[in-house]
Design a protein around this ligand. Sequence first.
Ligand SMILES: Nc1ncnc2c1ncn2[C@@H]1O[C@H](COP(=O)(O)OP(=O)(O)O)[C@@H](O)[C@H]1O
Ligand SMILES: [Mg+2]
Length: 243
Amino acid sequence: MIEVNKLSKEFKNIKAVMEISFSVNKGEIVGLLGENGAGKTTTLRMLATMLEPTTGTAFINGLNVVKDGQKVRESIGILFGGEVGLYDRLTALENITYFAELNGMNKEQIQNRIIELSDLLDMKEYINKRVGKFSRGMKQKVAIARAIVHDPSIMLLDEPTAGLDVTASRIVQKFIKKCKEDNKAIIFSSHSMNEVEKLCDRIVIIHKGGIVEQGSIKYLKTKYKNDNMEEIFMNLVGDNIEK
Ligand SMILES: Nc1ncnc2c1ncn2[C@@H]1O[C@H](COP(=O)(O)OP(=O)(O)O)[C@@H](O)[C@H]1O
Ligand SMILES: [Mg+2]
């Protein structure tokens, strides 16, 4: 599970993330919802050990993200939106294998796992082709396979559907649901309340680096006496409201 405790990050004079605290249990999808610049990526990068927090702590399966970096990395799967960072000159299989080797898997484990994943994600037709000419959706599948090849128990997903068409987005959403079925703890960031509402058990709303609200959809609807989550979100982060 994931435990975030008063985590903060400052870049020179920018307070990107300010004392945020939340937790994610096994089998749970928590949505990190916020507008551009709210601090979603910075938060996920700290949890992924890619960025050191200025203050505060975070634990992944009881491991400290600052002190136990390598062990943390072995237990997390990362899927960040935008450019997914595959090697164009390598095949899908080679891309996934490379990452699996970095995670200490042996040849037999890798081979079995890739057969399983290529089946699961329906990639058999192009698993041995170079990814350079792949469509965005195909690349996203390879990135998904790479993210879960080592069967991590924690998934960190930063706007994984950004820039994808409807079909490719559905693939990612289906994948997220599968992760939940497999009892992983999942954080999924998005700027779209619609998407978050569809997938998440709980929502953490961040604005200008701080948490402005968190809870289940049912809790939020009851609290704000409003069935429209989009409206609740806009009322919380809209420019007309001083925080
Ligand atoms: N490496 C960096 N150096 C300086 N400022 C940064 C850096 N990364 C992010 N920021 C700033 O931190 C804030 C939060 O950014 P980010 O976490 O990327 O937000 P989000 O992912 O929610 O759009 C923004 O104001 C952004 O400009
Ligand atoms: Mg971002």
